[in-house]
Design a protein around this ligand. Structure first.
Ligand code: S3P
Length: 172
C-alpha cells in the first residue's frame, strides 16, 4: 500500500532568529522528526559550513542548498526542517518549500539579530571578521533584501515569543 506523503514544516528566517532551537521545540511538541539543513549539508559534504564557503564560495553553497531542496521526496516521516537563513531567498527555492509543506517565518529585528549573533558560538561566514558597524550595515541590508521572501511564508511568528507558542494549536 502507498504511504501518505509526510508533512513537512519549513522554518525560515534570518541568522540568529533561533530556527534550530525553535525547530527542535516545535518537532518535540508535534511528535515530528527534526532536520537542520546546514547540518545535513555539512554532513553530506563532510565539511563545516565555513569550510564549504571557503572552498566553493557562496554560489557553491547556494547550489548545494538548491540540490538539497530537490531531494524532498526522500522524506518518509513528518519533519520540521530548520533552513539556513539564505535558503528561501530565491523564488524557485521558496516555491519548492511552499508547494511541499508549510512555511513558518521566525521574525526578528536587527538589534536582536546582532545581539544573538554576538553571543553565539556558531561561525557565520557571511559576517565573519566584520566590525560592529559593518556587521550592522550588512545585516540591515540583507534583511531588507530578504524580507520579501520571508514574508511569503504561510505563518509568521515573532522569534521573541516563539518559545511560548502552542505549535499543535498553531499548525493544526
Ligand atoms: C546563511 C545562514 C547560515 C548558513 C550560512 C549562510 C545566510 O545559517 O546557512 O552561513 O545566508 O543567511 P543560519 O541561518 O542557521 O545561521
Amino acid at each position: 500500500m502507498k504511504r501518505n506523503k509526510p508533512v513537512l514544516i519549513f522554518l525560515i528566517g534570518f541568522m540568529g532568529s533561533g530556527k534550530t532551537t525553535v525547530g527542535k521545540l516545535m518537532a518535540k511538541q508535534l511528535g515530528y522528526e527534526f532536520v537542520d539543513t546546514d547540518s545535513s549539508i555539512s554532513q553530506q559534504m563532510n565539511r563545516s559550513i565555513p569550510e564549504i564557503f571557503h572552498e566553493l564560495g557562496e554560489q557553491g553553497f547556494r547550489k548545494l542548498e538548491h540540490e538539497w531542496l530537490l531531494r524532498l521526496n526522500e522524506f518518509t516521516e513528518n519533519t520540521v526542517i530548520a533552513t539556513g537563513g539564505g535558503m528561501p531567498c530565491h523564488q524557485y527555492r521558496l516555491n519548492r518549500m511552499l508547494r511541499n509543506g508549510k512555511v513558518v517565518y521566525l521574525k526578528i529585528d536587527v538589534k536582536s539579530i546582532l545581539k544573538r549573533i554576538d553571543q553565539s558560538k556558531d561561525n557565520r561566514p557571511l559576517l565573519q571578521g566584520l566590525s560592529l558597524d559593518k556587521k550592522t550595515k550588512k545585516v540591515t541590508r540583507l534583511l531588507k533584501k530578504r524580507r520579501k521572501y520571508y514574508e511569503q511564508a504561510d505563518v509568521v511568528i515573532s522569534s521573541l515569543e516563539a518559545k511560548k507558542i502552542d505549535y499543535k494549536a498553531l499548525l493544526k
